[in-house]
Design a binder for this molecule. Structure first.
Ligand code: MN
Length: 727
């Protein structure tokens, strides 16, 4: 049957419920236009499908926006129409519904073990922020099942399996019994055609007898309750094929053992009448013991309410009688969807009732109920709130803590997927690395096989899970030893310098050993990949270092210094330093720290060599000043105002760079270009492939030194440039 818009509007006009027909027609026009030219596998124009879905929902008495969304449910997915356009034309609600249906439709459904299927069902429901989304999706699937005959066999099987595993159970949970039974029967037809036919044939063989039997029972009950006003509705029903199939094939019963193949339904107008009718039925027929169920006082978790009893008549055939009110009947057929039946159609508010509020209502009413556990089970739609549930493109569910990113996802799949990730798509679109995943997202990780590829250090700041962070660190530990050593050494040296620690080789080995490393390189590497936190070891290192510094005799030290600096005295015509306010004093600059104009300085009165000038923070100063015996030999000195113009000073620089040809040439060219005389330049290779270059320059002042350091740092491959005390 092909559904048309005329059928839809005719049905709206015939019904009691008020609809915004103009809006529905506008939605139809829009969808018809967007799908124009598209056809279904059957050859029908595509628009017949959304119209049919809307028709199913109209039969359930769903509201205007649901019908509009049903008409538009495939336009975002299948045409160039955007959600924004829908929002502008049809409002937020319709756009939200269409978006929800589209997203649910993209969830890859694969049928593995039952627990997996149950998780996916929960996710599908959790993704439907508005319960109408899942109702539209069920109507959509129902129509696709009805028209499955046109599809190729493998598609029929796959769709039927999905329906059996996901959509029929969801319909059941929502109490939408009609939808559930029809879905199951059609799915069974494609999944086990022989079993289906067998049940169908067995029923057909009993058909005439069965129908005649039901008619007799209906008539007899009708006569006995004819005084009830308004008159009850009495209908007969045959159990669904799939329910019989389950009893026959799964529980191994034969058809005669199934008591409720035939049932008579009595629909009355009040609960009191329900119990009255039950009394009358039990008076007319012999009830079978233990077959009476009162689902009125104790509704099923999906809100189903009825009285059930199985009785035997004169014919000796057992049959079931179901007694319920009209409202219970609607709920039994439409489940949660029945809710809309009683709501005003036009302008009627359904807000506040959205999502699973109705289940909570039952829960509130049913505090006393025996099957609280069953109800709680039905409400267990809310997944753990601190987790997000996302999918691989194949439909596997990955559970991650809230706030997780695509990096965490990749590492959760496999370490190699994480390490080789070049990017990720979420819902088919490229996502940034710090995108925070949401429940229902489908994440596809793109990887490379390039041998030199690996994670970025920056990822450590983005990743949320310890698992991902651990794996990233492990990669750096393994793959980047040389880089880690350099990085670690640089960081370590800087930290030591900041703390005025000048470790020698022996002391370094000691620190490394204390951190359980066999050698200093391993120790540096660990700092490089983040396995050792400098902040955690610096205090202890400082303490050890201070203990190690044996007090030296002042004379020795001073003489050492004096000897070291003696050469440089002659070179300097004027020191540019004022000692105690006098400019004519014999002054020289200590070679241990090479002070420059602008540095904070202090003087030391030597024996016979005048005043030796140190930087205030020179380690010899800090060490010697604590020695009380020669404290009076330290005197305050300051730079003359014109110090810069008068003199030049030695400064030593320590450069670490990636070793390459012409490195030295580039460094000396840069220095020469700034007209700075070079006294000395030395280079040697480091173990890790880098080169260490030391240069001693004649500098006119601190400003010039800073300038040249900046220029040197810009040279290709240069990693660090530091000023050193030692030449
Ligand atoms: Mn569809």
């Amino acid at each position: 049957m092909i559904y048309t818009i005329e059928m839809l509007t005719a049905r709206i006009t015939a019904g009691e419920k008020q609809y915004d027909t103009e809006k529905i027609l506008a939605a139809y026009e829009f969808a018809e236009n967007a799908h124009r030219g598209q056809t279904r596998t059957s050859g029908e124009p595509y628009i017949s499908h959304p119209v049919a879905v809307a028709y199913i929902l109209l039969e359930m008495c769903m509201d205007t926006d649901t019908l509009c969304a049903a008409l538009l449910h495939d336009v975002v997915e299948d045409t160039s129409v955007t959600l924004d356009t829908l929002r502008k034309k049809f409002g937020d609600d319709v756009a939200l519904l269409v978006d929800g249906v589209t997203k649910i439709g993209q969830v890859p459904l694969n049928t593995k073990e039952e627990q997996h299927a149950e998780n996916i069902r929960k996710i599908l429901m959790a993704m439907s922020k508005d319960i109408r989304v899942i109702i539209i999706k069920l109507a959509d699937r129902l129509h696709n099942m009805r028209t499955l005959a046109c599809r190729p066999p493998e598609k029929q099987r796959k769709t039927s399996l999905e329906t059996m595993s996901f959509y029929a159970p969801i319909a059941h949970r929502l109490g939408m019994n009609d939808v559930k039974e029809e879905m199951e029967d059609v799915a069974l037809y494609y999944l086990d055609p022989y079993g289906y036919k067998e049940v169908e044939n067995a029923l057909a063989a009993r058909k005439d007898k069965g129908e005649a039997f039901i008619e007799t029972i209906k008539k007899r009950i009708g006569e006995r309750i004819s005084d009830i006003q308004p008159p009850p509705i009495i209908e007969g029903r045959v159990k669904s094929i799939y329910s019989i199939y389950k009893k026959v094939y799964v529980k191994g019963k034969n058809l005669e053992e199934i008591y409720d193949i035939y049932a008579v339904r009595v629909i009355v107008h009040s609960i009191v009448e329900c119990y009255n009718v039950l009394g009358i039925v039990h008076d007319m027929f012999r009830p079978i013991p233990y077959r009476f169920k009162d689902y009125i006082s104790t509704p099923k978790p999906n809100r189903y309410q009825s009285l059930h009893t199985t009785v035997i008549g004169r014919e000796g055939i057992p049959f079931e009688v179901q007694i319920r009110t009209l409202e219970m009947h609607n709920t039994a057929q439409y489940g949660v969807a029945a809710h809309w039946k009683y709501k005003a159609g036009l302008g009627g508010k359904v807000a506040g009732e959205k999502r699973f509020d109705w289940i909570r209502q039952i829960l509130d009413q049913q505090q006393e109920a025996d099957d609280v556990e069953l109800i709680a089970e039905a409400v267990k739609v809310d997944l753990a709130p601190d987790d997000v549930y996302v999918f691989t493109p194949k439909g596997d569910v990955v559970t991650l803590p809230l706030g997780s990113t695509v990096i965490d996802f990749a590492y959760a799949i496999h370490t190699q997927v994480g390490n080789r990730m070049t990017g990720a798509k979420v819902g088919g679109r490229m996502a940034i690395f710090d995108y925070q995943l949401k429940t229902g997202d489908i994440v596809e990780v793109m990887t490379t096989n390039s041998p030199n590829y690996g994670p970025n250090r920056h990822w450590l700041d983005i990743a949320k899970t310890n698992e991902a962070k651990g794996k990233i660190r492990a990669w750096f530990k393994r793959e980047c030893r040389a880089e880690n050593i350099t990085r670690g050494k640089t960081a370590f040296d800087a930290e030591m310098k900041r703390n005025s620690i000048y470790p020698d080789e022996e002391f370094l080995k000691q620190i490394a050993k204390r951190q359980h490393f066999d050698n200093v390189d391993d120790f540096y590497a660990a700092i490089g990949y983040g396995g050792v936190m400098l902040s955690k070891i610096v205090q202890k290192t400082k303490e050890d270092y201070l203990k190690l510094q044996k007090p030296q005799t002042p004379a020795d030290t001073v003489q050492d210094v004096e000897a070291a600096v003696s050469e440089s005295i002659a070179r300097k015509q004027s020191s540019g330093v004022i000692v105690d306010g006098i400019d004519s004093c014999a002054v020289h600059f200590a070679k241990c720290c090479n002070p420059l104009p602008g540095d904070d300085i202090i003087g030391f009165v030597t024996r016979g060599f005048g005043v030796s000038v140190h930087k205030l923070d020179c380690k010899n100063v800090t060490e010697q000043q604590s020695n009380a015996s020669n404290s009076e030999r330290w005197i305050s000195v300051k730079w003359a105002a014109d110090a810069k113009a008068k003199a030049s000073y030695e400064a030593a620089l320590d450069i670490v760079a990636q070793d390459r040809t012409a490195l030295i040439a580039d460094i000396s060219t840069a220095i020469a270009a700034n007209r700075i005389p070079i006294h000395e330049i030395n280079a040697h290779n480091l173990k890790n492939g880098n080169a260490n270059v030391t240069v001693t320059l004649e500098i006119s002042g601190l400003e010039q030194l800073k300038n040249i350091i900046v220029k040197l740092r810009k040279i290709d491959g240069v990693i660090t440039v530091e000023r050193t005390g030692k030449v």
